[in-house]
Write a protein that binds this ligand. Structure first.
Ligand SMILES: Cc1ncc(C[n+]2csc(CCOP(=O)(O)OP(=O)(O)O)c2C)c(N)n1
Ligand SMILES: [Mg+2]
Length: 325
């Protein structure tokens, strides 16, 4: 695929709409959670949109992704139904997973979205399985795991780097280094370099600016093309940042008082995207404003319909417990 800046007008609008949808979805969930309207435990992805969208723009339904506990952005980018996701987060019966998974277990196998995941480091082994399936069946599919800086220290992740190389899989590990694992700074907890870890296992590696959709899109194109054409696994490391706390309710005492404000002012992936496409006159501000308005209305509609939707019935308690063969 062409470099990000050579994308067609339509493709750029799709990319922006996906990033804007993630942002508004997360801002709305933040608002609704703070008001006490959402049950459970929620981790928001706002600020990290360029990663999910930069990669998933290259994928289709034969490709698989595995996500993390911070999974809404990956799910939206991979094409999960946004209204179904909102209903799921509200625990409604018609949610994407019947209201039984909630924020941390959103999945849609028909879209190749293997799931958000409450277990840190659990995604990497999953994509080895998905990539082995794609390779064995010759589907041409690739499998991508998004993993945090904290998850990158899990043995499961490092074992998966090895397995991906040994099996020569169409697999890509995307290390989303947002600077923290809960409240622990990655500068303190991650030994050595992420890229060197990948090299140590024989993976092709890339370092990319996680705030810049176009940079991510181009690196993703290269790694995905390598995987699709039988060139084996890759690791992509990027620095990025979350706009909210680790979880909703996090007082963020470990972050400097002005850290988030500075991030929003200087490193917001949506602002960077807008600057880039308007500077180069590929799109104009009005194109993007129109999307902003449409997405705002869409997300408000999702919340309204989620609030009006039915909860699962008592009789639903024992369904989906066992697989029927
Ligand atoms: C195996 C396991 N250990 C610990 C936890 C608790 N936990 C949940 S999120 C998290 C931090 C993960 O940090 P990172 O991988 O950097 O992802 P981020 O939250 O920054 O997106 C931890 C330790 C868990 N869910 N699973
Ligand atoms: Mg992190």
């Amino acid at each position: 695929m062409a470099s990000g800046l050579q994308l067609s007008r339509e493709e750029l609008l799709v990319a922006y709409r996906r990033m804007r949808t993630i942002r508004d979805f997360e801002d709305k969930v933040h608002e609704e959670f703070s008001a006490g309207n959402i049950p459970g435990f929620v981790h928001l992805y706002a600020g990290e949109e360029a990663s999910a969208v930069g990669f998933c723009m290259h994928l289709d339904d034969r490709d698989a992704i595995a996500s993390t506990h911070r999974g809404h952005g990956h799910s939206i980018a991979k094409g999960c139904d946004v209204e179904g996701m909102m209903h799921e987060i509200y625990g409604r019966k018609d949610g994407l997973c019947g209201g039984k998974g909630g924020s941390m277990h959103i999945a849609d196998l028909s879209k190749g979205m293997l799931g958000a995941n409450g277990i840190v480091g659990a995604g990497a082994p999953l994509i080895c399985g998905a990539a082995l399936t794609a390779k064995t069946l010759g589907t041409g599919g690739v499998a991508i795991c998004f993993v945090g800086d904290g998850g990158s220290n899990q043995g499961t992740t490092l074992e998966s780097y090895n397995l991906a190389k040994v099996w020569d899989l169409p697999a890509i590990f995307v290390v989303e280094d947002n600077g923290y694992a809960e409240s622990t700074a990655s500068s303190w907890s991650v030994g050595g370099s992420q890229v060197d870890r990948g090299k140590g296992f024989g993976l092709a590696t890339h370092e990319v600016d996680g705030f810049d959709f176009f940079a991510v899109f181009d690196v993703a194109a290269e790694a995905i093309e390598r995987a699709r054409s039988g060139g084996g696994p890759s690791l992509v490391h990027m620095k990025l940042a979350r706009h909210y706390g680790h979880f909703e309710g996090d007082a963020m005492t470990y972050r400097a008082a002005d850290e988030v404000a500075a991030l929003k002012a200087e490193s917001d992936p949506l602002t960077i995207f807008r600057q880039r496409v308007t500077e180069t006159a590929i799109l104009n501000g009005a194109d993007l404003d129109e999307i902003d308005g449409a997405v705002r209305t869409e997300i408000e509609g999702c919340v309204a319909s989620a609030k009006a939707a039915a909860m699962p019935a008592e009789s639903d308690l024992l369904t989906d417990v066992y697989v029927s063969y």
